[in-house]
Design a protein around this ligand. Structure first.
Ligand code: UDP
Length: 243
């Protein structure tokens, strides 16, 4: 799509959302049998799967730490996930997304409980529509909980950005492509920020307001993450169909 003339008309965005409204979100917990924990997430047009393995033995051995577990995060975009086929395999962008996503989750994991081991997190993007790093973190956080990894809390993520000189929550693809700023944020329920990046320009007032918008979005996502975990585990205790 070429750049639209206007992104917002009478307070409503091109996809019908209000400026502070998230895209529709759907979590599904425990979808992979072979992973210790897993989660499928749809966040607007994004479709991602997160799989968690561990704590388990570290290979290669020289990577192990004698006092804590290490956390590895591998973000991968399927070649069919975007409009123009993506060349398969790692690239600069996926290396960066993997690194910042790991750093967004590591602070809430009790790594000191598992010296000499590794917690592996894999995120596969099946369909991309802007905000895939946030979607990956949301799914990975739930998958970690599903794996029973001891954590201080969940982490929730979404982006805030600017189009038509207006701050908007949870950018879609066109807003991301042609907008003036994109700020992905991850926070704990207590409001501690574990990811904050900025592409584009915001004034310091816009930045402060935008951060509050993103935190509010994350608080709403947190409720959905918790509900998805409750749905799975309350079913289990009642002898439901989940394994
Ligand atoms: N994208 C793409 N091809 C690529 C990488 C990204 O079409 O090789 C699209 C994809 O929809 C992605 C969006 O560009 O979600 C924004 O990418 P960005 O690097 O800002 O990360 P994201 O917003 O997904 O966290």
């Amino acid at each position: 799509m070429s750049k639209p003339e206007k992104f917002i008309e009478d307070g409503i965005r091109l996809d019908g959302r209000k400026i502070d409204e998230l895209r529709p979100i759907k979590f599904e917990v425990g979808i992979l049998n072979r992973a210790d924990g897993s989660c499928y997430l749809e966040m607007g047009g994004n479709k991602v799967v997160a799989a968690v393995y561990g704590p388990r033995e570290v290979h290669p051995r020289h990577m192990q730490k004698s006092t804590t577990a290490i956390v590895r995060y591998k973000y991968n975009m399927a070649s069919f996930s975007v409009e123009d086929r993506k060349r398969p395999g790692p690239d600069r962008r996926s290396t960066e997304v993997s690194k910042v996503s790991r750093q967004a989750l590591e602070p809430v994991i009790f790594v000191e409980k598992y010296p000499r081991s590794v917690i592996d997190i894999f995120v596969e993007v099946l369909q991309a529509d802007a905000g895939t790093r946030a979607a990956g973190i949301n799914a990975a956080s739930v998958a970690l909980a599903d794996a029973g990894i001891p954590m201080k809390c969940l982490v929730s993520a979404c982006a805030v950005g600017k189009v038509d000189d207006t701050l908007v929550l949870d950018l879609n693809k066109d807003e991301d492509n042609y907008g003036q700023a994109d700020v992905p944020v991850a926070v704990t329920p207590g409001g501690n920020i574990t990811l904050l990046q900025m592409d584009g320009h915001l004034t310091s007032d816009e930045f402060k307001t935008g951060l509050e918008m993103a935190k509010k979005g994350c608080a709403d996502i947190y409720k959905l993450q918790k509900a998805a975990l409750m749905a799975k585990y309350s079913d289990d205790t009642e002898g439901g169909s989940n394994e």
